[in-house]
Design a protein. Structure first.
Length: 171
């Protein structure tokens, strides 16, 4: 990709940053899935399927917050921590509902009742909810200082390009 005077190769850098962020998000997410599935498997012996999944999901949400806050989004603005936690819990709650609606539809709609079938149905629900959570967390919850710095840098590049255009041509 060639860099224009205005973009300066920012698109390629932005894609790399999003890919790195998605990879870290995935690592935290996978650890949360493992925690959730272990808890879900244990809880299935004592609770109804959807209730067991709700409790297991709440455990995973708590552990995932720590991973997201202190690793994936460690550069997020610390001044708005209460806002961040509130939004994280809201979007995690929406993800929990999405996940359990999928689980409920698969388990009770198709009659999947063995422990293995419940686990597979839970994984499908996790997958659907993960897409929503990634978008919501990066868009609304974990705003980074870097995003503000990138906006300033982009504005400076645009101003610099405008100054170059306005300079008289030398013959």
């Amino acid at each position: 990709m060639t860099a224009s005077p205005v973009s300066g190769g920012r698109t390629s850098n932005a894609l790399r940053r999003v890919a790195a962020e998605a990879a870290k998000f995935g690592i935290v997410g996978i650890s949360g899935v493992v925690i959730q599935l272990i808890a879900f498997s244990i809880l299935l012996d004592f609770m109804q399927t959807v209730r067991a999944n709700v409790v297991a999901t709440l455990i995973a949400i708590a552990t995932n917050y720590v991973g997201y806050r202190y690793w994936v989004y460690r550069d997020a603005d610390r001044k708005t921590r209460s806002r961040e936690i509130t939004l994280f819990l809201i979007f995690s709650g929406i993800g929990l509902v999405v996940q359990n609606v999928v689980l409920y539809a698969l388990v009770y709609g198709f009659g999947f009742h063995t422990k293995l079938e419940n686990m597979v149905c839970s994984i499908v629900g996790i997958g659907v909810a993960t897409v929503f959570r990634f978008w919501a967390y990066r868009t609304f919850v974990f705003k980074t200082v870097q995003q503000a710095e990138e906006a300033v840098e982009a504005a400076e590049q645009i101003l610099a390009a405008e100054q170059v255009k306005r300079q008289p041509a030398r013959h």
